[in-house]
Design a protein around this ligand. Structure first.
Ligand SMILES: [Zn+2]
Length: 105
């Protein structure tokens, strides 16, 4: 069994799953720890949950790099009207106030 190393601690479950999905898409095997503790509780607000991400020692640097790029850039979307890039949390374009567009193909 390869050595594992803790990448992140203290994230909430939603965020941990987002990170896990991103890292796995980059070929990094991720183990979430802490979820088992949540089973019988069910009263803690999501943002207080304490979830840890563990990765293989050999993939730690790759995972760390990916996570940092995620934290700095974040997922973004491009305005269909003015083509400005917007943060994922914005519902309207910061530049022209166009609505975030769902792609109709
Ligand atoms: Zn715009």
């Amino acid at each position: 069994m390869e050595e594992r190393r803790r990448l992140v601690a203290g994230g909430n479950l939603l965020q941990a799953h987002t990170w896990k999905g991103l890292l796995e898409s980059c070929g990094v095997e991720v183990e979430l720890r802490g979820e088992a503790l949540l089973g019988g509780i069910g009263e803690l607000p999501v943002d207080l949950q304490n979830v840890e991400l563990w990765v293989c020692e050999s993939q730690y640097e790759l995972a760390k790099t990916q996570l940092e790029s995620l934290n700095t850039d974040g997922p973004q979307w491009q305005c269909v009207k003015c083509h400005e890039m917007n943060e994922d949390s914005f519902e309207l374009c910061w530049h022209c106030s166009a609505e975030r567009c769902v792609q109709h193909n």
